[in-house]
Design a protein around this ligand. Structure first.
Ligand code: ADQ
Length: 483
């Protein structure tokens, strides 16, 4: 089976968050199950400069205002198509904005172009390549399905995965004439969204099936509280909506071989974690003692509950915990956390920035990782935590609720506990959870049992990749009715 994936990010080439991890790991997992994936990504500078050997397979004399070409290349087991469109993607800064973090004003044009190229490939633009199915991710590639629906590839089945409903790609109606879609597309069941154009909405409407990254989030987004304006549409399409929990790349995230750790270890050699713990203490200027180091590796945003964490710092330190925070995002939150570190020298350390290597070291050296999100489609850092014996402390929402078994008395007695759950959006619940963690940590038998049970959990892609394959097969068997 041949699948064309379209995504704005892919690890290891370009990553701002969990979407990149999934886009990079899923094709490898699917390959083991007879699915060949080729992934279309934008030709950002980091992408185009990664390959010496490129081959232009398709040329556009004009695509959203400039010349463009589709190239093919392979890296780390991934087969890629790259959309080389310098007027759209050859810019310093991040994939979505400039160095100050401000969004590019023409993001609609950039990701409409990516989507147009995706639909063109699906429709046969690359000679000899005809995918059986198209799989797109989030709003940045969602319009692929609209271009397919109103164009050549309207019989190719498709899947859209929602990694985060908060990001919708909503733009003014004035852009519509420049999208190159027929006038009939500007309709309630087309790309129209609250009077403007909705990229994610258009994809949700056109997809043969919709997936999101955990069963609980798939239910939550059908409610007004989590649906972010799309719950009505998601309820209409409930029969085509599936929750498939993310896995992780267990080669890249393997404490036994991870090159970013001072000391490698496994279930049988947990004591070796001490050397990593020492390295974390040094990096974050923490005092050395027996109290647990609780870490955070996160975008610093409201979604992730980082305001609740910042407001709870004094309480968490008073309870006896040490904290190591790595993150970047909202400047107000960065400031609040840095101020907390200044108030609690030696007990709270904060590194503002994005540091892949340090994130591995923290999972390998800290005792626990806290994820107090308000909503969390899946969450990956708790899965890395499970694999590394860095016990997850998670808000009971979305994929966090689906992947961590709370260490209540019954679960401890049954030997199934893998972490700690808390009620979302509550500083009191966070404080209570940290006190439970400190008390469990003080009992090495209990703590080691929780760590080991987490390390035994299956966080690989195996089962979830099977679910995607089953879904792909059922859609291909059904066929996509032409309009
Ligand atoms: N400062 C930093 N330095 C280094 N690494 C950092 C970092 N901040 C974050 N990371 C890394 O970025 C990734 C973030 O993954 P999350 O699952 O938390 O996702 P995110 O909210 O971006 O993604 C959305 O998509 C993913 C994938 O589907 C869903 O799991 C999630 O719920 C949804 O919100 C992890 O690999 C983490 O280690």
């Amino acid at each position: 089976m041949q699948v064309l994936a379209v995504t704005p990010e892919i690890f290891p080439l370009i990553k701002t968050g969990g979407l990149a991890d999934v886009a990079g790991a899923l094709p490898v997992a699917l390959a083991g199950q007879g699915v060949t994936t080729r992934t279309l990504i934008p030709g950002y500078p980091a992408v185009m400069s990664a390959f010496r050997k490129k081959k232009a397979l398709y040329q556009y004399p004009g695509l959203q205002g400039g010349k463009a070409a589709i190239h093919a290349a392979s890296v780390s087991g991934l087969d890629l198509f790259m959309l080389d469109a310098p007027h759209l993607f050859d810019r310093a800064g991040g994939p979505y904005g400039d160095a100050t973090g401000a969004d590019w004003p023409d993001n609609w044009r950039r990701f409409a172009a990516l989507s147009q190229a995706g639909a063109d490939i699906a429709g046969g633009a690359i000679s000899g390549y005809a995918p059986d199915l198209v799989h797109v991710h989030d709003w940045q590639s969602a319009m692929t399905l609209a271009y397919m629906r109103y164009g050549m590839a309207n019989t190719v089945p498709s899947v859209i995965t929602v990694h985060n409903l908060a990001f919708q790609g909503q733009f003014a109606a004035a852009i519509f004439p420049e999208l190159g879609l027929p006038a009939s597309a500007m309709a309630l069941d087309g790309v129209e969204y609250y009077g403007g154009v909705g990229f994610l909405k258009a994809g949700l409407q056109a997809a043969s099936a919709i997936t999101t990254v955990s069963p609980t989030y798939a239910q939550e987004i059908r409610t007004p509280a989590f649906g972010m304006g799309l719950d009505g549409l998601l309820n209409l399409r409930a029969g085509d909506l599936h929750g498939i929990v993310n896995g992780i790349d267990t080669e890249i995230w393997n404490p036994a071989t991870d090159p970013h750790l001072v000391a490698n270890y496994s279930l049988k050699s947990l004591k070796a974690r001490k050397a990593n713990r020492k390295a974390v203490e040094d990096r974050f200027n923490l005092v050395s003692d027996d109290s647990p180091i609780v870490c955070v590796v996160s975008r610093l945003t409201w979604q992730k509950g980082m305001d609740i964490l910042a407001a709870s710092l004094d309480d968490l330190v008073a309870a006896g915990s040490r904290l190591a925070v790595l993150g970047s995002g909202d400047q107000g939150l960065e400031g609040a956390l840095l101020a907390g570190a200044a108030r609690h020298r030696g007990r709270v350390g904060v590194v503002v920035g994005y540091d892949e290597a340090l994130s591995h070291m923290m999972q390998g050296g800290c005792d626990a990782i806290v994820i107090p999100s308000r909503f969390e489609p899946c969450g990956l850092t708790q899965l890395y935590g499970l694999r590394y014996g860095c016990v997850p402390i998670v808000a009971r929402t979305g994929g966090l609720a689906d992947t961590v078994i709370d260490a209540n008395e019954a679960a401890i007695a049954a030997g199934v506990a893998t972490g700690f759950q808390l009620a979302p959006e509550s500083a009191a619940a966070l404080g209570h959870a940290i006190r439970r963690v400190i008390s469990a940590h003080a009992d090495p038998m209990v703590w080691t049992a929780i760590q080991k049970q987490g390390m035994k959990a299956d966080v690989s892609w195996d089962r979830s990749a099977q679910k995607y394959v089953q879904l792909y097969k059922s859609l291909i068997a059904k066929g996509q009715p032409a309009e």
